[in-house]
Every structure is written in C-alpha cells, then in structure tokens.
Design a protein around this ligand. Structure first.
Ligand code: FE2
Length: 281
C-alpha cells in the first residue's frame, strides 16, 4: 500500500498549501491512504468540523490532533460524529472522540488503523500513552485478515510530542507492529526518516504544513517580542505568506502481506525548505 502522512497544518496558509499541493501528490503517488495532523488548522489553534470536512473532501482519509485538540470548543460536541477524526488516546476516560480508528483504504480491499497519542515529556500531563497503544495493537494486529477479523493491513501512529527521545522510544516499541510511527508537534521536519529493524518506518517529526518564515508557524514578531520582553504583546497568529509555505510529511510504501514499510521518503513541497517530492518507480 502507499501511505501519505502530512504534518501539523498551521492556519489558513497551511490549509491552502495542503489543498494546493494534494492533487499533485495524489496524482503522482497514487496513495491508498492519507493522514494529516490538523490540530493547528483553525487559525493555529484547534480545528473545526468545517475545516475537517474540507480536508476529507480533498481526499484526506483521516485527521489526527494533539494538545490543541479542544482550542475550538465546539469540536467537543462535533467530534463523535466524525469517525475519521482522531484525538490523542491518552486523554482522561470520558473525553469525547476516539484515540484510534480503523478505516477502509481507497482501494476498498485494505483496512488501516490510525492511532494518535500524546507524549508527556515537556507537555501537559496526561495518562501514560504506552499502555493504551499496546491494548489497541493487541486487538488490531498488522498482517491483514490472516491475523483474524480485527487484523489490519497498515498501522499509522501519530505520536504528538516535544521530546525526540520519547518519540524514538515509541518507534522502537512499535517496531514491527506498525507501518509508520511519525512524530508531530515540533513543526520542524527531522532528517531521521528511516525504516527500523522490524520494518516500521519512523521519523521523529514530520514537520508542519505552514509558513516557514515564522516561529513554528506563528508570525515571528509576536514570538520574538514575547521571548525578549516577557510581557504580553500581539496575540499569536499564523504566518500568512503563501510563498514561504512548505507542505511537509512522509511517503511510505508497504508490503501488502506484512504491512511493513518497504520504502520511506520525505515530502517537502512549496517555498522555503529544500524540496523532496517522491516519485513512483
Ligand atoms: Fe501540538
């Protein structure tokens, strides 16, 4: 199967960047499944149902979230009607929405498990992410129908966290049981995309889909002011320059029988960052 994961969409410029480049990516890479992290899609803070639906209409199969999941409060009452929208699995019991989902691939033959979890190092305290992820992976095992009726053909894990070490630990723990473990939240793509020993594609951070002439997607003047003056200044808002928007993510091809990654390449399209646009062999 061919999988695309795109990192955190930041604001209007990030959304439009994704919508601008996705048709070309779909045409070129013929993906069977597309996941994007949308937790900063609404003005940099959270996501709305309308924005999620726009992404689904553009061919996105699943949207993941993170620490900004509830910044748009109306999502609390909307999330339960969107099975393709996943929030971190380690929120407290009783939190609306779901921490994982199993969805059909575009080819209609395969099933994809998407899990979203949040790290705890340098992040708001949450439940331990490792036990609930283990529980899900024991039920939905990689390897397709030969793993039983709950078997899945691909597993994509978005681990939303700050610390590279914590994300690497998740990668190694899931090695062989996931097709892709990818980090989000840092908004900077790391150069460590690799296939781990057991066959799991891994990247510490996918990078954002947003304006890179900023401080992690937000206008740099306000961020610099706050850092230097330590007094409230202009409210943070996403960068708006379409010319410096780069869409960042990862492209993975899996073995249809095992669900393991055979190939993993970075995606970077648009202004500012060095370009990386995979092609099909
Ligand atoms: Fe985040």
């Amino acid at each position: 199967m061919r999988l695309i994961f795109l990192g955190d969409i930041v604001g209007r410029s990030g959304r439009e960047g994704v919508l601008r480049h996705l048709p070309m990516l779909r045409d070129r890479l013929k993906p069977d499944f597309i996941v994007v992290n949308g937790e900063n899609a609404a003005g940099g803070f959270g996501i709305t149902e309308k924005i999620a639906q726009e992404l689904f209409a553009a061919g996105v199969d699943c949207v993941t979230l993170g620490n900004h999941a509830w910044d748009q409060k109306e999502l609390l009452s909307q999330i339960d009607r969107m099975p393709q929208l996943v929030r971190p699995i380690n929120f407290p019991d009783g939190t609306p929405g779901r921490g994982y989902t199993v969805l059909p691939a575009k080819n209609g033959r395969h099933k994809v498990l998407v899990i979203n979890a949040m790290g705890r190092v340098f992040m708001d305290p949450l439940d331990d992410p490792f036990p609930p992820v283990e529980k899900v992976l024991r039920i939905h095992q990689l390897g397709g129908a030969r793993m039983g009726p709950a078997g899945v053909d691909a597993v994509i894990m978005d681990f939303h966290g700050e610390a590279s070490s914590e994300k690497m630990i998740m990668g190694h723990i899931l090695d062989g049981r996931a097709s892709l473990v990818v980090g989000t939240h840092c908004h900077v793509p790391t150069a460590d995309l690799q296939i781990l020993n057991g066959g799991t594609a891994y990247q510490t951070d996918a990078g954002m889909c947003g304006d890179y002439d900023t401080v992690i997607g937000m206008k740099k003047e306000a961020a610099i002011h706050k850092m230097l003056r330590k007094i409230p200044g202009e409210r943070y808002s996403p960068g708006e320059n379409d010319a410096t928007v780069t869409v960042c993510g990862v492209f993975v091809e899996t073995d249809d029988r095992t669900g393991h990654a055979k190939r993993a390449e970075p995606i970077r399209i648009g202004g500012r960052l060095g370009q990386s646009i995979p092609t099909l062999a």
